[in-house]
Write a new protein. Structure first.
Length: 262
């Protein structure tokens, strides 16, 4: 899978519906797995609109969290939603973090590593900012096995000949690749696991509306001829799990964690 065009997130509210809810569901399982102590200092890399940052604040009683993201629009949404006064949000690059060496206890990437142009450099940066004995961890949708929650409608649109971009490093999300990436970074006690989450939509129309909030996809669908679009929607509907009119949909992510050597 290769990058066909850039994928940009600029609408914090739209992102919350399209991905923030999914991120929090996967993040709950991820944090249970990490089982962090209270009072830690965190760096949330690629924090986006703050969905996972807020989960850390709610679940982990951190001393402080710094959220880093390249999008000023997403950061503005994150600042607006944060009320606990424990997090700060700064604009920055995952491969050159605006965070001091060994200044945090935990660095995480929630649904981000496939967007980092050089994942190894991104992991090295997370290791740099974490103190010895601290944790470096991430979770990412498994595009290689259809784990991305919106992959079904994307694939059906691709089947019409339209170009729907993949993240630039979609292959890195394989669980063996993530595990090796962490080991190659010199992290210790590396462990990995799958995370499967479920989301219920009240109707197919609501599922489709939210799916169209994904970058690029909505505009591509609007450009399809009416009969082609009708066929796409019918094939998506037929492939979904629908119970009592509600769409019950799943996503699968792979997670990895490791400890900075003392």
């Amino acid at each position: 899978m290769t990058e066909l065009q850039p994928i940009r997130f600029i609408d914090g509210a739209g992102y919350e519906q399209m991905m923030g809810i999914w991120s929090r569901s996967a993040g709950e399982v991820f944090l249970d797995w990490l089982a962090p102590s209270k009072g830690l200092r965190w760096a949330d890399i690629g924090c986006g609109n703050g969905a996972f940052t807020e989960l850390v604040v709610e679940r982990c009683a951190p001393a402080h969290v710094v959220g880093v993201d390249p999008s000023p629009q997403q950061l503005a949404y994150a600042r607006q939603r944060h009320t606990a006064g424990l997090a700060e949000f700064v604009q920055g690059d995952a491969m050159a973090l605006p965070v001091a060496d060994q200044s945090v206890d935990a660095a995480t990437m929630a649904l981000v590593i496939f967007f980092v142009p050089d994942p190894a450099k991104g992991v090295a940066e997370m290791r740099r900012v974490v103190r010895p004995g601290g944790v470096v961890a991430a979770y990412a949708w498994d595009f290689t096995t259809g784990g991305f929650p919106w992959q079904l409608p994307q694939d059906e649109v691709r089947a019409t000949g339209a170009t729907v971009p993949w993240p630039p490093q979609a292959e890195i999300v394989r669980i063996d690749r993530l595990h090796q990436l962490w080991a190659d970074a010199g992290l210790q006690s590396v462990a990995s696991r799958e995370i499967v989450v479920e989301r219920v939509f009240p109707s197919f129309d609501e599922f489709w509306r939210v799916a169209m909030l994904t970058p690029v996809l909505g505009a591509l669908v609007e450009a399809l001829p009416a009969d082609t679009l009708a066929g796409v929607k019918e094939r998506v509907r037929a492939a979904l799990r629908i119970e009592g009119g509600k769409v019950v949909h799943t996503g699968k992510a792979n997670a990895v964690k490791g400890v900075v050597p003392r």
